[in-house]
Design a protein around this ligand. Structure first.
Ligand SMILES: C[S@@+](CC[C@H](N)C(=O)[O-])C[C@H]1O[C@@H](n2cnc3c(N)ncnc32)[C@H](O)[C@@H]1O
Length: 289
């Protein structure tokens, strides 16, 4: 429902194929625009879902849509598309959850490239965008999203604590801010706190821990030397996506990404081993072809 930096719409078929057919609880700890969650929901692949992100405005928006979509639609339908209106709404600090959600949706649809960026004080600072006729209030889509979100837990959380209770039968999809592919790439600044090297190492340890606990786990990241070093033992697979959110149009072409997976075998009766060593990492990748 949102355009989101690093949005996985183009990689969805590969990611869906890597995840198990049937999932007890699905966790998506870097949910962003939720492209993978919505696609999995459409296929009825999980019993329960827990969506989380460190971005509290984003998570509050999902909660508002889930709990009172009509108020979100009512607030959005008052909003008009113009540069003046954009800066007026950007400066607002609404009190109700529905108005906060409407503001975030409006800024996403009408701001520059659908970016979410805040300054050091946490203030949204993306300039007005160039969309010709954005669909600011897509009421049917919002109601469909609300339907899908019924019963779904949405949490503001760091990626680690939220998966502490994951068990065999559950699945986790991690889509962290990218490992920068060049020194000028700024894909890590979604929030006022950066997602640096330490965070990528912490995530890689968590990935290994979940794999050893026999939880199905899939992760995507840019194809860099550092990512290969972190996940090499899980034999990542290269997939191609294009990144639509980049201020440099020449950098929007297809880029290689790595897809890492563990314990995701779809073959019946095949159990992942929890024993130590490389053999315990039941690495299962999408079947070729
Ligand atoms: C690559 S985006 C996810 C894109 C999403 N898969 C989609 O399809 O739109 C990364 C997300 O991670 C969130 N994030 C950054 N640091 C985080 C952290 N430490 N814990 C949880 N979420 C974090 C950002 O707010 C951002 O929404």
């Amino acid at each position: 429902m949102l355009k989101w930096a690093g949005g996985k719409r183009r990689l969805v078929p590969d990611i869906l194929a890597a995840l198990p057919r049937e999932i007890d609880t699905y966790y998506e700890p870097f949910v962003g625009g939720g492209a993978v969650f919505f696609a999995l929901a459409a296929e009825g692949r999980f019993q329960r879902a827990v969506l989380s992100d460190r971005n509290s405005e984003l998570i509050q928006m999902y909660a508002a849509i889930r709990d009172d979509v009509e108020s979100v639609i009512a607030a959005l339908s008052d909003m008009r598309h113009s540069e003046e209106e954009y800066y007026r709404i950007r400066a607002l600090r609404p009190r109700t959850l529905a108005r906060k959600a409407a503001r975030i949706i409006y800024l996403n649809k009408t701001g520059y490239n659908g970016l979410y960026r805040v300054n050091r004080s946490g203030e949204f600072n993306v300039p007005f965008g160039r969309q010709e006729r954005p669909n600011i209030c897509d009421a049917d889509n919002l109601r469909a999203v609300a339907q899908v979100l019924q019963g779904v837990e949405v949490l503001v959380s760091d990626f680690e604590s939220v998966v502490a209770g994951a068990r065999p039968g559950d699945a986790v999809y991690f889509d962290p801010p990218y490992m920068p592919v060049s020194t000028t790439a700024k894909f890590t600044s979604y929030h006022s706190e950066p997602f640096g090297n330490d965070e990528h190492h912490r995530l890689a340890r968590l990935f290994g821990d979940l794999a050893a606990r026999r939880v199905a786990v899939v992760l995507s990241n840019s194809d860099t030397k550092e990512t290969r070093a972190l996940y090499g033992s899980f034999k990542p697979r290269v997939v191609h996506a294009s990144r639509p959110i980049n201020s440099n149009a020449r950098a929007r072409g297809p880029v290689a990404e790595l897809l890492v997976a563990a314990n995701t075998s779809r073959r019946k009766g095949r159990k992942a081993s929890a024993a130590g060593g490389a053999a315990s990492r039941e690495l299962v990748l999408k079947e070729e072809g």
